[in-house]
Design a protein. Sequence first.
Length: 107
Amino acid sequence: MAQTFTDENIHDIIASGKPVMIDFWATWCGPCVGMSPAIDAVAEEYAGRVEVGKYNIDEQNDLAMQYRIMSIPTILTFKDGKKTDLRLVGGQSIEKLRETLDALLAL
């Protein structure tokens, strides 16, 4: 199961230096809800190697504003406390999520 990222915990998670994948989503977003099982699945598969979580833009907004998230779902990745160029926008397959996580680990 993916973690719940909030404005209170996300900065510490990113600052830890661990690889992080953040799914920016909302309950009213059909593609976001459709992708949720895949996010949960990769969170379990990559547990201990990547912090995978969901950031609900209706409940939290500091990070979404900071990174100018204009459409959802959007997935951002971080490593060594910095945002990477690995970014996904729109609904994604579990295969694409795995490919992105593998690329993040290889950075």
